[in-house]
Design a protein around this ligand. Structure first.
Ligand code: NZQ
Ligand code: ZN
Length: 388
């Protein structure tokens, strides 16, 4: 196990009715003038926004609304949000929605303090200060509710890039499973694939002897394996929604990456896909991950492919460990497809002619892609070819 520092100070308010603590939690953070961010009119129509507004009023907090943040959020929204914060002298951001609303809000929080265009944050400019922010989450997927990451698209440059800083980690997140009841089946499945993919990115690692982290990771995958089909079938099943929501948070809050290096090549490749055609993040991952696994299988020095196949995907023990691992990968693909996720990127309009762009946009690292798989350009091309 490698050395690590683990620190995460996001307060999680989990469960039915936790929204009642909203005003109190913002006041604790000394916020008084709030930018209230959201996506489509959905949160207006279902009453969530009205409820949030009345709680803010009750707590004596002033607020300005900024809606219209789209999935795969655009840097233009970040710019507009920052303008509003400056114009109205706001000091706190409350994001109501999924990962996209939250990520755009994080970029606003950091972008407020830098001179010039906030896109610089995604090009290496360090975050030195950020406005405090919090979330009322409506979708289980990204883990953004308890981490310092944000992913934003820039259609002008055709890029979708991430930034990371503990300064943009939410001060608190309200996770009420009932807010996720209305997530459509396909989006629920994509969220489940995203959660599992976050675990895969951290589980497959060059670091050895991380048994505890590996077992926690397997438990998260098992939980998603058990509950995602239930939530896809019946969106209003509280226990299914609750288990998926907590799994999404724990999958990417730093816990399971302690003491080990993650890979993250598949996320770079998927971000290239969603930059090219706005594909739903989790759906892209569901196609790419099994193909990445087949490409890097032989690099595993720690039997993790074998362990996962046996412990999570119920493959029978056998002395031919590679055959067991391959059967495990097959079952992962079948699981994603059984949830209604695509088997090929072409189902989403990606074709061979996109290949050079996808490869180029994936190679955002200096050197090989991913710390476990260490992919070169030819391997990235092979994975995309198998995925198209
Ligand atoms: O605009 P609204 O109405 O919010 O609609 C959203 C959107 O159309 C809808 N939705 C959200 N909650 C709903 C709902 N529809 C019905 N009922 C509800 N309760 O679902 C659609 C997708 O929402 P989005 O926020 O885009 O989904 P998700 O939470 O999966 O976020 C995806 C984004 O996060 C990035 C992805 O790349 C993508 O841009 N990621 C962020 C990460 C992070 N910050 O740590 C890590 C991830 O790996 C990922 O890259
Ligand atoms: Zn993801």
């Amino acid at each position: 196990m490698e050395n690590f520092i683990f620190f995460n100070d996001t307060t999680i308010l989990f469960g039915k009715g936790q929204i009642k603590n909203l005003g109190n939690e913002i006041s604790k953070q000394q916020g008084s003038r709030v930018l209230l961010t959201y996506g489509s009119d959905r949160v207006k129509k279902n009453g969530l926004l009205t409820e949030v507004e009345s709680l803010l009023k009750e707590a004596g907090l002033e607020f300005i609304e900024y809606g219209g943040i789209v999935a795969n959020p655009r840097i233009s929204s970040v710019r507009e949000g920052i303008e509003l914060i400056r114009k109205h002298n706001l000091d706190f951001i409350l994001a109501v929605g999924g990962g996209s609303v939250l990520d755009a809000s994080k970029a606003m929080a950091a972008g407020f303090y830098i001179e010039g265009d906030p896109w610089q944050l995604f090009k290496g400019t360090e975050v030195k200060k950020a406005l405090p922010l919090a979330s009322v989450l409506t979708l289980a997927a990204t883990g953004s509710e308890m981490n310092g990451n944000a992913v934003v698209s820039n259609p002008e440059t055709g890029e979708k890039l991430g930034m990371g800083s503990s300064l943009v980690r939410p001060r608190f997140s309200i996770l009420d499973p009932e807010y996720t009841f209305s997530v459509p089946a396909y989006q629920t499945a994509a969220g489940a694939a995203d959660i599992m993919s976050h675990v895969f990115e951290q589980y497959f690692s060059p670091s050895a002897h991380t048994e505890l982290q590996d077992r926690i990771s397997e438990a998260i995958i098992l939980t998603v394996k058990e509950w995602a089909p239930v939530a896809v079938e019946d969106g209003t099943n509280y226990e299914a929604r609750a288990n998926l929501l907590w799994a999404s948070t724990l999958a990417l809050n730093g816990l399971i990456s302690t003491g080990k290096r993650g890979d993250w090549a598949t996320h770079s490749m998927e971000h290239a896909v969603s930059a090219v055609n706005d594909m739903t993040h989790g759906a892209g991952l569901a196609v790419l991950f099994p193909n990445w696994m087949m490409e890097v299988l032989d690099k595993d020095q720690n039997d993790r492919f074998y362990n996962m196949a046996v412990r999570v995907w119920d493959v029978e023990l056998h002395e031919d460990k590679k055959a067991v691992a391959i059967e495990g990968i097959k079952r992962i693909r079948e699981f994603f497809n059984s949830l209604g996720l695509p088997a090929k990127l072409s189902e989403n309009g990606i074709d061979e002619k996109d290949l050079p762009t996808l490869v180029e946009k994936s190679m955002t690292w200096n050197g090989p892609l991913g710390s476990f798989g260490q992919l070169d350009e030819d391997q990235v091309k092979r994975i995309f070819t198998a995925s198209i």
